[in-house]
Ligand binder design. Structure first.
Ligand code: CA
Length: 236
C-alpha cells in the first residue's frame, strides 16, 4: 500500500489559510510565525497596529492573531477597524488575564481570546477552530498506509479498527502522519506536540511513542520505526 500523507491545511488544491500576526514582542511573534508556517499556514507579521492594518488591507488574511497591548494604536482599536475592513477571524492575545479585558475583546468583535503565556499547541487548536467556523479551513482526513486520522472529529483508525488515543497521542500520530517516511527528531516532535515553551525533556516523547506503538500494534508491521540517534519515522 502506498503512503498518501496529506498535509493539511495546505493539502491538495486548497490554498493555505493566510494568517496575520500583530505582535510587538519580536520573540513571541517569531515563535508564532515559525510554528504556523511549519503547520502549512501563510504568515505575515506586523509589529505595530498601523502596520497590521496596512497588511490586513493588502493581504486579506483569513485570521488575525492580535496582541492587545501594542504601541500606538492598541489591540482594541485595531480589532474595531479590522472588523470594518476584512471578513477575517480574530484571536486576541494579551498578557493580562483580567475578565474585563476578555469581555472588552469579545465585545469589540474578537472570535476568541488567549492569555499569555500560552502553549503554541493551544494557539494552533484555537486558530484551526476559528478558521473552521469561518469556513476558511477544511481539514482533510490523513491517510498513511492502513492508518487513518480525521482532524475534524479527532478519530483515528488502523485497518478500520478505532484507536483509543489520548489527546497527546492523537497529536503525536498526526505529527508523524503529516510527514510520512521522513525522520522527525524528538526535539521536532516535542515542539510540535507539546509546544515551543514546554519545559520538559525529550524523554516524554519516548514515553508517548511507546504508548502509541502499543495502540497501533504490530499487525502487519509496527509503523513507528526508531532511527537510532536521530528520531522516528512512520512507514507502513
Ligand atoms: Ca504587546
Amino acid at each position: 500500500m502506498s503512503p498518501q500523507g496529506r498535509v493539511s491545511p495546505a493539502a491538495g488544491d486548497a490554498p493555505s489559510p493566510r494568517v496575520l500576526v500583530i505582535e510587538d514582542e519580536q520573540t513571541i511573534a517569531d515563535l508564532i510565525a515559525l510554528g504556523l508556517r511549519y503547520e502549512g499556514f501563510e504568515v505575515d507579521v506586523a509589529s505595530t497596529g498601523e502596520e497590521g492594518l496596512r497588511l490586513a488591507r493588502g493581504r486579506q488574511p483569513q485570521l488575525v492573531i492580535l496582541d492587545l497591548m501594542l504601541p500606538g494604536v492598541d489591540g482594541i482599536e485595531v480589532c474595531k477597524r479590522l472588523r470594518g475592513l476584512a471578513a477575517c477571524g480574530i484571536i486576541m492575545v494579551t498578557a493580562r488575564g483580567a475578565l474585563e479585558d476578555r469581555v472588552r475583546g469579545l465585545e469589540t468583535g474578537a472570535d476568541d481570546y488567549l492569555t499569555k503565556p500560552f502553549d503554541f499547541i493551544e494557539l494552533l487548536a484555537r486558530a484551526r477552530a476559528v478558521l473552521r467556523r469561518t469556513g476558511a479551513l477544511r481539514e482533510e482526513a490523513l491517510r498513511v498506509g492502513d492508518i487513518e486520522l480525521n482532524p475534524a472529529t479527532r478519530e483515528a483508525f488502523r485497518a478500520g479498527r478505532p484507536l483509543d488515543l489520548t489527546a497527546r497521542e492523537f497529536d503525536l500520530l498526526a505529527a508523524l502522519m503529516a510527514h510520512p517516511r521522513q525522520v522527525l527528531s524528538k526535539e521536532a516532535l516535542l515542539n510540535r506536540v507539546w509546544g515551543y515553551d514546554f519545559s520538559g525533556d525529550t524523554n516524554v516523547v519516548e514515553v508517548f511513542v511507546s504508548h502509541l506503538r502499543e495502540k497501533l500494534g504490530r499487525d502487519p508491521v509496527q509503523p513507528i520505526q526508531t532511527v537510532r540517534g536521530v528520531g522516528y519515522t512512520l512507514r507502513c
